[in-house]
Design a protein around this ligand. Structure first.
Ligand code: F6P
Length: 218
């Protein structure tokens, strides 16, 4: 298996307001991150140890904020001619794919609310989630366990992938993918820290992964 690069989308209008879910666009900050990520993809993800251009893959969710974060990355099946500094023509390929499976955990009746609003409007639901974050299912929405099931085909494809892979997704989704590859027990997965503006590089090895985190400065 090749290395994986996991990142959340850039800051969205909902992130700024502390609202969960939805399908909001990126903020100016978020778009800045998208530009930095495109540079990182070109310089790091699409290069091997000798500095040669290599084909890579790019997966996003079906939501606007991940697609906008991918917008500056040269793709899809498109072959891109890279100018110097390498002095010779280099072709990179970043094959893009959109997976609805990678959409953020759906919060049902709580979609679009802040955590404070949920606590005020649905105090019992708030408590139930606090007591069992993995198993708790939002009314008319999903639980982390539900999301584990819908991620199964994604994980299978990841295990088969023979090229560097960049996944632009969401906090909840990346927690589960990260926990799976790093051997973190499921009950702890919903609490893993996956900050914004950070690319997590995972190099799978026998039972776990070698991890590097790159903060792309804002
Ligand atoms: O706040 C961003 C977000 O991606 C929400 O859309 C989502 O509901 C939440 O994170 C998941 O995190 P948690 O499970 O901690 O509420």
């Amino acid at each position: 298996t090749h290395e994986f690069y996991l990142t959340r989308h850039g800051q969205s209008e909902y992130n700024k307001l502390g609202k969960i879910g939805g399908d909001a666009p990126l903020t100016d900050d978020g778009r800045m991150y998208a530009r930095r990520l495109a540079e990182f993809a070109k310089k790091v993800i699409c290069r091997n140890a000798h500095g040669d251009a290599v084909p890579a893959r790019l997966w996003t969710s079906g939501l606007r904020r991940t697609k906008e974060t991918a917008a500056f990355i040269e793709h899809p099946t498109l072959e891109v001619c890279l100018p110097p500094p390498l002095g010779k023509l280099q072709w990179v390929q970043m094959r893009a794919r959109e997976w609805r499976h990678l959409d953020e955990i759906y919060a049902g009746i709580c979609d679009g609310m802040t955590y404070d609003e949920i606590q005020q409007l649905y105090p019992e639901e708030f408590e139930l989630r606090h007591a069992d974050k993995l198993g708790y299912r939002y009314p008319r929405g999903e639980s982390y366990l539900d999301v584990c099931h819908r991620l199964e085909p994604v994980i299978l494809e990841m295990e088969r992938c023979r090229q560097p892979l960049l996944i632009i997704a969401h906090q909840g989704i990346l927690r589960l993918i990260y926990a799976y590859f790093c051997g973190i027990e499921r009950a702890k997965a919903p609490h893993v820290s996956i900050p914004l503006n950070t690319v997590i590089q995972l190099q799978p090895c026998t039972y776990s992964c070698v991890e590097t985190r790159e903060l792309l400065h804002t």
